[in-house]
Design a protein around this ligand. Structure first.
Ligand SMILES: Cc1ncc(COP(=O)(O)O)c(C=O)c1O
Length: 374
């Protein structure tokens, strides 16, 4: 299987650890190890201090799977497979798809959600939101479906737009898939980061027996470095195939990471509250930045997650991003890394130093004569 380079990851590989300011990160502020360990309860503290660094259970630490199952009501620990989030996409696509199948995928989006399917020889039809409000219309989805559509791939809350459909729309989407017997891959990496908790969608694995949900520690829980995520599905045959495929990727997970993930999940309320407080603060700053600069950007406020995708007016996003990173040390993502032809930039607002990054970016715009209109 030949894979096309992952544009967004390649750009991060160039700048993530050299640029002074990241204004496009999709994760929340990373938790410190001591902060995480201080949240351990008696059981997880015992697990941590008695940890042996041998191989681990291939499907994932049973206590961790129990905790994850609570996030997916109707799923038990056996319906969960713990792995690295990106690995989960790779495994699921390989198990669900064969050359010649058709797939419908939310687009623009995280590249592996459609790229792996294409590399397997599938045709991918795009489900695009209308760009004024970033709303995904079910009529458009139905039009994209073909008799041989095997899989619908969605990502809500959505990277890069921050779109989140109403729960009723999500349920209708599942009905559309169910009526046609189409499997649903639901990337829920940004779930739990809804600005209004009432907007939270159920996990797809909870609602539909042919759904597979992906989530993990990287975004909402601020623990991207543990590289722990999971797939949840009630489809037993698919779960068996996923387990067998994982023997050819990582076999099992890192022992310390599993315990840290368990500690993080058990302490999730406090972690999420901190992250949402920071996200609200950062979004308020973005609101005023974009209202000062309405002649340069068109701002569509996200409903959830850590990223937004405003339109850049009258400028080339690639040029602006290159200049911002080389001259001011501020990294942003241009829409071209999504293969999206309209001029947009991805902003991220989950990090603690976002106010300084934004200030620096604004100073750069001023210094370039790209001043805001009074
Ligand atoms: C929508 C989406 N899915 C999956 C992933 C993969 O997560 P990870 O990088 O932790 O493997 C990302 C990461 O940015 C993402 O944005």
């Amino acid at each position: 299987m030949k894979l096309t380079p992952f544009s967004c990851e390649r750009l991060f590989a160039r700048h993530e650890f050299s640029a002074r300011y990241l204004l496009c990160s999709s994760d929340c502020e990373g938790l410190g190890q001591s902060e995480a360990l201080a949240m351990a309860d008696a059981e997880t503290a015992r697990l941590w201090s008695g940890l042996r660094l041998g191989y681990t259970e291939s499907q994932g630490l049973p206590l961790l799977r129990e905790e994850i199952a609570r996030l997916n009501p109707g799923c038990g620990p056996d319906d969960i497979l713990v792995l690295a989030p990106e690995e989960g996409i790779f495994l699921a696509m390989n198990c669900l798809l064969s050359a010649g199948d058709r797939v419908v995928c939310t687009w623009p989006g995280y590249q592996s959600l459609y790229q792996i399917a294409e590399s397997l020889g599938c045709a991918v039809d795009r489900w695009e939101p209308e760009p004024e409000r970033w709303s995904f219309d079910l009529g458009r989805l139905e039009k994209a479906l073909r008799p041989n559509t095997k899989l619908i791939v969605v990502n809500f809350p959505h990277n890069p737009t921050g779109a989140l459909p109403a729960a009723a729309v999500f349920r209708r989407l599942i009905e559309i898939a169910r009526r046609r017997g189409i499997a649903l891959f639901s990337d829920e990496m940004y779930r739990f980061l809804e600005l209004d908790a009432a907007d939270r969608l159920p996990s797809a694995a909870e609602c539909y027996e042919k759904a597979i949900s992906l989530s993990g520690m990287s975004k909402a829980f601020g623990m991207a470095g543990v590289r722990i995520g999971w797939l949840a599905t009630r489809d037993k045959e698919l779960m068996q195939g996923l387990r067998e495929f994982k023997d050819y990727t990582t076999i099992c997970n890192s022992a310390p990471s599993e315990v840290l993930a368990l500690i993080g999940l058990r302490g999730r309320e406090r972690i999420l509250e901190n992250h949402l407080t920071r996200i609200r603060r950062n979004l308020a700053l973005l609101d005023s930045f974009f209202s000062r600069r309405a002649d340069q950007f068109r701002w569509t406020r996200p409903r959830a997650g850590t990223v937004a995708f405003p339109e850049l007016l009258r400028e080339d996003p690639d040029r602006l991003c290159e200049e911002a990173v080389t001259r001011a040390g501020v990294m942003l993502l241009p829409s071209s890394v999504y293969g999206y032809p309209r001029p947009h930039l991805r902003f991220g607002f989950g990090r603690e130093n976002m106010p300084q990054a934004l200030e620096r970016f604004e100073a750069f715009l001023e210094s370039q004569g790209r001043a805001a209109r009074p």
